[in-house]
Design a protein around this ligand. Structure first.
Ligand code: AMP
Length: 236
């Protein structure tokens, strides 16, 4: 694949590697899933990967189960290793949307090292901006499918049939960590450990912001509009 310069920040990258940054419930996962389908980027959701490990009762799953239930962050070494393993799979070559990763400065540095070593780099960090009040309202109405990870919202994006996944027909659940007391803790963790990454990416001229209080369709349209500047060389 030819190395090209992109119009967004003139960084020389082979394929789009986008970071979706923002608090829990800001809609990162919903939009990452859409880009996976429309632009064939791999959605690399560390939350989904951990939940798969927990469901399959792997050694990693057993280790992290209570961490997720309490809304804490999984230690960086475990998280980074899981991401590195996923990035080594060949489907990531055409581009990746990192959904919920990195969440700490050390994770961000480890990701940059890893991509450097592969001759790749981060194209942009998209910040989903939203208030805490909006998040608590959204997450208490969020329902997820434990089988295929589809995400619904009883108010803004309800399933066709009550509490049933549109895709696989399985029963939807409320995530343990979407209960109000855990949500509040996850927001604190976000403010302390993840929010500093906004400046980290802004300083490197990688940050672009989207108003995440808008509807799913409006945000999708905004991202579709931006994608060409992440993917194609405006001058080629
Ligand atoms: P999410 O589905 O992105 O909201 O993630 C759910 C939970 O998985 C988080 O509350 C953490 O416990 C864990 N987790 C997901 N991504 C990370 C990460 N990058 N670093 C540490 N823990 C993570």
């Amino acid at each position: 694949m030819a190395t090209i310069k992109r119009s967004f920040n003139n960084r020389t990258c082979e394929a789009p590697y986008l970071i979706f940054l923002g608090p829990p419930g800001s809609g990162k996962g919903t939009q990452a899933e859409k880009l996976q389908h429309s632009f064939r980027l791999v959605q690399l959701s560390t939350g989904n990967l951990f939940r798969e490990h927990i469901k399959n009762e792997t050694p990693l799953g057993l280790k992290v189960k209570s961490i997720l239930a309490n809304g804490e962050l999984v230690p960086d070494d475990l998280t980074v290793q899981m991401v590195v393993d996923r990035l080594d799979r060949p489907d990531t070559i055409m581009g990746v949307v990192f959904d919920g990763f990195p969440r700490t400065r050390d994770q961000a540095l480890a990701l940059q090292d890893r991509l450097d070593a592969k001759g790749k780099c981060i194209t942009a960090a998209v910040l989903f901006r939203i208030t805490d009040d909006e998040i608590v309202g959204r997450l208490s109405a969020r329902r997820t499918c434990p089988k295929d990870n589809s995400v619904f919202n009883l108010k803004s994006n309800p399933p066709r049939q009550d509490e049933i996944c549109d895709l696989c027909g399985g029963a939807l659940i409320m995530r343990e960590d979407d209960k109000p007391e855990v949500i509040r803790h996850r927001l604190q963790v976000y403010r302390q450990q993840t929010e500093p990454l906004i400046e980290f990416y802004r300083e490197q001229d990688m940050l672009i912001e989207v108003d995440a209080t808008r509807s799913i369709q409006e945000i999708e349209a905004q991202l579709d509009e931006w994608m060409p500047m992440f993917i194609y060389n405006a001058n080629s």
